[in-house]
Design a protein around this ligand. Sequence first.
Ligand code: KIV
Length: 281
Amino acid sequence: MKNTVPSLIAMKEQGQKISQVTCYDYSMARYVDAAGINTVLVGDSLGMTMQGYSSTLPVTMEEMIVYGRSVVRGAPNAFVIIDMPFMSYQVSVEQAVENAGRLIKETGGNAVKLEGGVAIKDQIKAIVDCGIPVCAHIGMTPQSTNAFGGFKVQGKGEENARRVLEDALAVQEAGAFMCVLECVPPKLSALITSKVQMITIGIGAGAGCDGQVLVSQDLLAMSGDFRPKFVRQFDQVGALIEEAYRSYDEAVKDGSFPAMEESYAKSDCSDEFLHELSQWY
Ligand code: KIV
């Protein structure tokens, strides 16, 4: 069954936890959807996981559209959220509305996500007023990595904790129905969750949020040595994939692949004819 804004809000009201993972392509989206994950985030983390950049900053609107529409085709039941990339909404409210509209029209996604709190409340309100659901993202916002001086925990100390709560209240007032809390201490994110009606989704924010999100490559152990404290590796899929490629490489090189049953042997002409054929040239 398709997850929707009302069905997700009903889950929060009934105290049911909401699952979310990032996903960037059709083949993976099919596994995510089959597993019953409620919401899929086509995160601009694809700049790092799929493109090998060291941050999310280079990702463009065009790239979000290509990846986004592939995921939508593979995940008919999950609620698909598309990230607005760096500098696609910060310049003006008009720019934000236009780009949010493009992401929804050209991918078929269900909502957009923007990073920031008080500073982008006007953009959130204008997008919501167009009928586009918004997921906000506060705490550690990777698009501001240069301002933060790296990927650092936010909301430490009384003044910063107050600022994160103010951001949460601002994005809710602007109309966000969901908000990612990233790298926020657990008691603070539980307090925020108890204070707001919107759905909170934690990443490195403890168990007190309404749901959790992880980057797929992190939870499948496909991120190499990169392993933040909040990541749990649910299986060693990266190692399994490497092993499968290694076996294929060996089989190609020792000639055991392809076997006869993996060939179109029945369509071959007779040995006599092939012998004749070999004489012609
Ligand atoms: O881009 C992304 O994947 C994200 C998640 C880490 C929340 O924003």
